[in-house]
Structure formats: structure tokens, C-alpha cells
Design a binder for this molecule. Sequence first.
Ligand code: PLP
Length: 280
Amino acid sequence: MLVTATDGNHGRAVARMAAHFGVGATVFVPVVMLPEIAARIADEGAKVVWVDGDYNDAVRCAAAFADDQPGRALVQDTAWAGYEQVPAWIVQGYQTLLDEIDTQLGGAPDLVAVPVGVGSLAEAVVRHYRRPGAAHPSVLSVEPDTAACVLASLTAARSTTVATAATVMTGLNCGTVSRSAWPVLRAGCDAAVAVSDEDALRAVADLGRVGVSSGPSGAAALAGARAALTEPVRRAALDLDDDAVVVLLSTEGHRHDRDQRNGPGPARRPGPHRLRQSRP
Ligand SMILES: Cc1ncc(COP(=O)(O)O)c(C=O)c1O
């Protein structure tokens, strides 16, 4: 059985692969997850377990559940001390996306804006564009202002956990940077910015007007590029010419749930499989 914790898309992907291989999946989700998103994970055939806590709590529950019995494999996209191999494979998998960008552009861009949750995707971007001999585009980390752990960590110059709150950018709602991503981002990320739900939803609408189907977590890249390029200090750090080629990684298509239509609602209620977990 595959086991994971998720704030959205990763859990759905693990559930789909478990169904593909016929091994079953248990997916732990934080209390703030939208029921519609949890339902999509369940629709892939996974058992969804609600955790009365945030993403970090869900990760702890998933790790404990996987450890509890043989035959359960934890597939987590964030690393911590003693759990680094699987996240490293996931970061390697993101490489395909970056190779495709370079192929389609005929070379590297000048700026890549990356939506960031735990930072694994951003880690892949930095690793790709900081390898020896590679072109050196600027890399911009974009997070929800309710879960800006990379921004807090870069500001403090040490990995810093932040308290999280509900956001329409559900795939990015993580309060701790992946252990493997942190040194890579600290060394190679040029700027970081946090964006509001309102900014992300405006970006969803603007992308929609030019024919790009995007959910708020994906459109965060546009919201972040806007915020950074209209703010003098970050703009200077990104070192762009007027004809710069900017890549916005839009990591999810349009969602048809309440959040994307109306913006954030009241605090979310947990589903029926609520699991209580005391914090360590
Ligand atoms: C929609 C979306 N965008 C981006 C990411 C990348 O986030 P991370 O920084 O956690 O690798 C994720 C992760 O699951 C996601 O669901």
C-alpha cells in the first residue's frame, strides 16, 4: 500500500498510481482541505484520512501510519532527517518539465516564477538552472501569504516553520521547507514573494482571458511575478532586461470548486474520517 500526506495534487497523483498498480493508497489530508479536493483523491480509489491539524501534522500521521506495519510505503514529496530518497526521486521527476521548457524555448528563459509549497519543485528548478555550464535564469519563489515558509526562511537565513491558514492556493499550503530543498533554495533562489488569495484569483481570471486554464496555485506564479517586478528591491535582485523571457510555472488547471469561484470562505470542516493527533 502507498501512503502519503497531501494538501492537494500530490495525494491525487499517488492515489492514481496506487490504483494503476493495484496496491491501494491511504492519503492523509489536513483539516483545511476543501472537501471537493479530498473527494477527487477518494475518486482515485484511495482511503482519505482527515487529520485535525495542518499539513505538517498530516505528514507526521502518514509517516507514523506507514511505519506501523510492513507493506506500507511512504511516498512523500518533502524530506526530513532520515527520509530523503523518495523526495529526491520526486525532485528528479520534475526535471522533465524543465527539459521541456528549454526545448520549447530553444534555450533557457531569463526568469522562472515557481509556485512553492514545501519547495521541492523549486528545488528542481534551481538544481536544473544552477548546474555547471547551464544558462543562469533568475528564480523567483512564490508562496501564499498564509504559508510563506521559504520567504520566512530566506529572511531569517535559516529554515523556519510558519503557522499556516486556509488559502485558495491549496496545493501550496505548507509551513515547513523540505529539508533537501532548503540549502538549494538558500544558495540559488534569487527572490521570494508571498501573494494574497485575491492576487491569485485575479491572476486566474487574467490567465483565463488569454486562454490559459489555471487554478489559484498555478496562477500564483503570475501573481508573484507581478508583485516582484513592481517592487524595486526584488526587481533589482531579478536583474531582468526589458525583453526578458519569463516562464510562469502554472501547476494546476482551472478548478470548479467554491474557493476558486468565490474566494476563501469560512474555516473548513473536517470530513468523516477525522483523526485526532497531538502535536509532538
Ligand atoms: C498545484 C501545485 N503547485 C505546485 C506544487 C509544488 O509544490 P512544492 O513546493 O511542495 O514542491 C504543488 C505540490 O504538490 C502543487 O500541488
